[in-house]
Design a protein around this ligand. Structure first.
Ligand code: NAP
Length: 294
């Protein structure tokens, strides 16, 4: 698509993700300038119409908006800290993965150098970029996000979370712990069932149904957490803990790893010891909110 009114954009960092980002901007008709330490990674994009900037500074100067996506924050600083690189007046969106402290520190650093800065997190794989499935989170000044939203829309479902620059990284972490926890739970069940000849493909649809059912509980459980009140509407923690004990026994008897079931029960046991046995599962937020298990 060639859209002559589309705003120009620069992309610094053309790894797997940066190439996908630049490719999506090109596809949406944005005049796209690119730069990468290893120049050859720009070849395909240049063949598709991207302009290759000779230096990082040129990439920043060419467009009002620059997206940077490199391995880590330190790499971004190494690239942009050179004294001859001007950031004044630039809007820089950093889609490099990191934590919230790094995001806030990068915001201070960029703003001291005269840039407008948004921090972002990509919750997608490169092949999803440019489709609605690609969720891209942003935090920082809302007016800067709004000013460039129509350009960012080329990347997928772009979302603004709030003024605190650390929010995108925090949501990213929250999304990742959800993903790994669901995968770990599924792997635990798969390991148990495989000991009796049930293969992963047979268990997967059942596991998917359970995960979707549990997801339905979240709004109600969130209400209990936000109200700080955990009436046992469905079951008490004491009832749940008995089932957790069976899960540990079952895992041990099957000869599979029981670390995850033990961790699940250990947290519930501590909550019961603190007097919450008659309350409902979300009361465990109190255990999750402590820095240490004591
Ligand atoms: P990648 O393919 O390994 O690319 C890394 C990029 O960083 C390359 O452009 C590399 O340049 C550049 N780089 C690293 N150190 C540098 C330095 N010191 N100076 C200049 N450039 C440097 O990684 P990726 O998959 O594109 O990931 C990039 C970011 O996106 C990461 O923070 C990652 O966590 C995040 N992300 C990736 C995915 C994914 O599925 N790939 C999903 C979500 C988020 P060279 O080409 O010269 O080495």
């Amino acid at each position: 698509m060639n859209n002559k009114t589309a705003a120009p954009v620069s992309v610094i960092g053309l790894g797997l993700m940066g190439q996908a980002l630049a490719g999506a901007f090109l596809k949406a008709g944005h005049p796209t300038t690119v730069w990468n330490r290893t120049t050859s990674k720009a070849d395909q994009l240049v063949a598709q119409g991207a302009h290759l900037a000779p230096t990082v500074g040129d990439a920043l100067k060419t467009s009002p908006l620059t997206i940077i996506c490199v391995t880590e924050y330190q790499a971004m600083r190494e690239l942009l800290d050179a004294s001859d690189i001007a950031l004044d007046g630039t809007t820089l969106i950093n889609l490099t993965s990191g934590d919230s402290a790094q995001a806030r520190e990068a915001a201070r650093w960029a703003e001291q150098r005269g840039a407008r800065y948004l921090d972002g997190a990509i919750m997608a794989v490169p092949s999803g970029i440019g489709t609605a499935e690609a969720v891209i989170l942003h935090s920082g000044p809302q007016s800067d996000f709004e000013a460039h939203k129509s350009t960012l829309d080329a990347l997928g479902t772009v979302t603004y979370l709030g003024a605190d620059h650390g929010l995108a990284s925090l949501y990213d972490g929250a999304g990742l712990v959800m993903m790994w926890s669901i995968l770990n739970a599924w792997l635990q069940g798969t390991a148990m069932l495989r000991t009796v000849g049930v293969d992963a493909a047979t268990y997967a649809p059942f596991a998917k149904q359970i995960a979707a059912g549990v997801a339905e509980w979240l709004p109600g459980h969130a209400e209990q957490i936000d109200n700080g009140s955990f009436p046992a509407e469905v079951s008490t923690l004491e009832t749940d803990v008995r089932a957790m004990a069976h899960l540990i026994e079952e895992s041990e008897a099957a000869g599979v790893n029981a670390e995850l079931p033990r961790l699940i029960k250990a947290m519930a046991d501590r909550s019961i010891a603190a007097g919450h046995g008659g309350e409902q599962y979300p009361v465990l937020i109190e255990e999750f909110s402590k820095p240490r298990a004591d």
